[in-house]
Design a protein around this ligand. Structure first.
Ligand code: ATP
Length: 550
């Protein structure tokens, strides 16, 4: 089950990680060679000790000593090469999962997206991306070397001591693995509540930061800090409870490793006292046990972390299961009719509307009115393909977009919603945003003047390409609104859909901008409560009445 989830995320994120397979193969190769050399080192020591005791020639000892030193040097160099690849793969894996998560989130249907707490999503995505890379790398850098080393060591023990001893060594080690596995399963249940409470804390924190202005204006700093303190207390409580249980499991695991260490050291001492093994063998076995104790300890730590990582990845995967926009790339032919709802069944705020019919033609200015909550924005969401009709047909020109919206429609439609977004970067990047058109500086500056935005650059002595990040928060509501309209204009749309475009503008600026839009854009569909807008309409549509009569 988890394997399928892991595979799905791996495949999805691999699009953003070139040469991932080659990198993994290099790591596996390095891990294998380093494990082999590390297993050989105690064996060389044994040969040196036994060589000195059995009076072998000094040349033989010299060769062994030099071999030992070179083997050590090689293992250290390869280990550092392996560590370098660790960092390379870790950063790439982490970032490719993060990009996949972002892409997935942006493609989730709007109705589902509206239900996601962005603070929780943010912390879950961050945690999952680092968990995904930690999990993959712990398999490669902790479990794989332990398995290779165990294999090489057992083989050396088999040829030097006997099969029984080697099998006992492997058997005990495998038993340790099995116990680790059961401990992982047990510790998983302690991680779930831990992550939920952490995500909620993150979400609350972001909520306060994002609403700092309103909090100040309501003189609610102490009030909010106290509320946050209560959230923190429940977080600390959960942390202590979960980690106490996890720590007990860790201690249990360490005791098991201790038993392994003690048993095999006592056994080899006994064999030595019976004269069945040499001094060299004794030193070699002790080194092997010490050598494996560290990976075992690491495994036991990793095993406990793995359950947390699995939980984090599973939580993140839930977002991949959410319904995505199914957009096509279908073309349409030009026609006088733009949008047509034909006997449509659709939903407005939980209310089902039957037999809804509406036709919108090009070269016209439509103004949508209706009391608040009557469904104006909802209607636009159907036009933009964010919501899907339940039955009937919806067309854009001659293209049926009832279920599959075509991304080609965005080539000629632009939309400005009620939430105005300003992105980090320069003013040019904010204006010529995902646009197929190029503009000379003069052209943009002229439009900035027309939209009364030139002061954003002039007052601060900025160029079009300077970063505006530090000024973003100080933009007025009207400035943000005009900037968003201008951004849409620079896409040179044939149809411009606007949701309350003049809500933050004085009437003179509103009229100036609306006149510009009417002259420069073929078709306007505008939701508004303002009189200036209504005066420009070729047709006023009362959405409230429209839905009632359907
Ligand atoms: N994502 C959503 N999930 C559930 N209900 C929603 C969602 N979005 C809007 N609604 C509900 O649908 C109804 C119509 O909302 P809509 O935003 O379309 O109204 P509106 O006419 O544009 O209002 P306003 O003039 O206040 O912007 C409202 O009752 C609203 O609560």
């Amino acid at each position: 089950m988890f394997l399928a989830i892991y595979k799905e995320i791996w495949n999805a994120s691999n699009r953003f990680y070139n040469n991932s397979k080659q990198h993994l193969l290099v790591i596996i190769g390095l891990v294998c060679v380093v494990s082999l050399i590390n297993s050989l080192l105690p064996y060389l020591i044994k040969l040196i000790i036994d060589g000195t005791q059995h009076g072998k020639g000094i040349h033989y000892i010299y060769i062994l000593v030099v071999s030992y030193c070179f083997a050590w040097l090689l293992s250290q160099i390869l280990e550092w090469t392996r560590n370098f690849f660790h960092v390379v793969v870790m950063s790439r894996l982490e970032s490719s999962v993060l990009i996949t998560g972002l892409e997935n989130y942006l493609k989730i249907e709007k109705l589902q997206q509206d239900k996601i707490d962005t603070g929780v999503f943010n912390s879950e995505a961050m945690r999952a991306s680092s968990s995904f890379s930690s999990l993959t790398l712990s398999l490669l850098f902790v479990f794989l070397p332990a398995i290779f080393q165990l294999f090489f060591i057992s083989y050396i023990l088999y040829i030097n001591i006997n099969a029984f001893f080697a099998l006992g060594f492997i058997g005990t080690a495998l038993l340790m693995f099995a116990i680790s596995y059961f401990i992982t399963r047990k510790s998983k249940e302690y991680y779930e509540p831990l992550y939920s409470v952490k995500s909620i804390l993150n979400s609350k924190f972001l909520e306060k930061v994002n609403n700092s202005y309103e909090i100040k204006a309501n003189n609610a700093v102490d009030f909010e800090v106290n509320r946050f303190e209560r959230n923190v207390k429940s977080y600390i409580g959960q942390m202590s409870h979960s980690h106490m249980k996890i720590a007990s499991l860790m201690v249990l695991q360490i005791i098991l490793i201790f038993v392994f260490l003690l048993t095999f050291l006592l056994m080899s001492t006994k064999l030595f006292s019976l004269g069945k093994i040499t001094t060299g063998d004794m030193v070699m076995i002790s080194s092997y046990i010490m050598m494996l104790t560290i990976p075992f300890l690491m495994i036991s730590q990793q095993v406990n972390l793995i359950s947390g990582q699995v939980v984090a990845i599973k939580k993140f995967h839930n977002y991949f299961r959410m319904k995505k926009d199914q957009n096509s790339q279908q073309h349409y032919s030009d026609s006088h009719l733009l949008f047509a709802f034909a006997d449509v069944v659709l939903e407005v705020g939980g209310r089902v509307i039957q037999q809804f019919n509406l036709k919108l033609y090009k070269n016209k200015t439509y103004v949508l009115i209706g009391k608040t909550g009557s469904g104006k924005s909802t209607l636009i969401n159907y036009l933009l393909g964010f919501y899907k009709i339940r039955a009937g047909k919806l067309f854009y020109k001659d293209l049926d977009i009832s279920q599959n919206y075509s991304e080609k429609i965005f080539d000629e439609i632009a939309f400005v919603g009620q939430n105005y977004s300003i992105f980090t970067g320069s003013l040019r990047e904010n204006l010529v945003y995902n646009s197929r058109h190029c503009y000379a500086d003069e052209e943009i500056k002229q439009l900035l003047g027309l939209f009364d935005l030139q002061h954003l650059l002039v007052d601060k002595n900025l160029s079009l390409d300077d970063d505006i990040n530090e000024y973003l928060k100080s933009f007025s509501g009207g400035e943000k609104q005009r900037l968003n309209i201008l951004r849409a204009i620079l896409k040179k749309p044939r149809v411009l859909i606007l949701d309350e475009p003049t809500s933050a503008l004085d009437s003179k600026t509103a009229i100036q901008i609306l006149n510009y839009l009417k002259t420069n854009v073929e078709t306007l569909i505008v939701i508004t409560h303002s009189q200036e807008c209504r005066d420009l309409a070729d047709e006023i549509i009362n959405v409230e009445q429209l839905f009632q009569s359907a």
